[in-house]
Design a protein around this ligand. Structure first.
Ligand code: GDP
Length: 195
């Protein structure tokens, strides 16, 4: 689906460190432990690719991956870590804002939502920031293997309801499990179709 190498490119701590804006890119955001690394690994078919972004020191970086020669996948640091020092959080927030508002080639944000929890207050913050930045976002439910059909219907309703309040929300959401592979090919095709 992606012609060319799928690989970790670089970790970025400032706008000046971004790679040339020469291809379409999508970013992935989600609260810590939502299953973002697992999903990126499943998407790329590379078992430990996103581990790079979970190693200490890398967690506050914007991590770039190449998806062949056509796309960049951008892994944004997990949010919702109460332990992070205020100064670190402030610096990260500033970079996130600049990135979302200033990156011309950013086509879509995928916001990961844990299927067991639905949209939480901490998720609402980033959804609002995406609205303000006019970055179209698509919700991706993760770890759906952990819930049964009844809870699935419930969480889908909750998430759809929450998305309705956000002008930047893309109406369709993607249901995934890195464990069973559900939705992975769909998500890959969605990204490949973004020009
Ligand atoms: P991150 O902090 O968002 O990068 O989350 P990780 O990818 O490291 O996943 C956090 C935890 O959830 C790990 O223990 C994973 O094994 C587990 N996990 C991630 N995705 C899935 C999934 O689709 N299904 C199940 N059952 N567990 C998952």
């Amino acid at each position: 689906l992606f012609a060319g190498p799928v690989d970790f490119l670089k970790g970025v701590v400032a706008m000046s460190g971004l790679p040339p804006a020469d291809r379409a890119e999508v970013c992935f955001a989600g609260r810590s432990n939502v299953g973002k690394s697992s999903l990126i690994n499943a998407l790329t078919g590379r078992k430990s690719l996103a581990r790079a972004s979970n190693t200490p020191g890398r967690t506050q970086e914007v991590n770039y991956f190449t998806l062949g020669e056509s796309h960049y996948l951008v892994d944004l640091p997990g949010y919702g870590y109460a332990e992070a020092p205020v100064a670190v959080v402030a610096k990260w927030q500033a970079l996130l804002k600049s990135f979302l508002q200033g990156r011309q080639t950013l086509r879509r944000a995928f916001v990961l939502i844990d299927a067991r929890h639905g949209v939480k207050a901490v998720d609402e913050e980033i959804l609002t920031l995406l609205d303000k930045s006019a970055v179209t976002f698509q919700a991706v439910l993760t770890k759906v293997d952990k819930i049964g059909p009844r809870d699935r219907a419930k969480v889908l309703e909750q998430v759809r309801g929450a998305l309705q309040k956000h002008p930047a929300a893309y109406p369709e959401l993607v249901v995934t499990s890195s464990e069973t592979g559900e939705g992975i090919a769909t998500l890959r095709a969605i990204i490949a179709g973004i020009a």
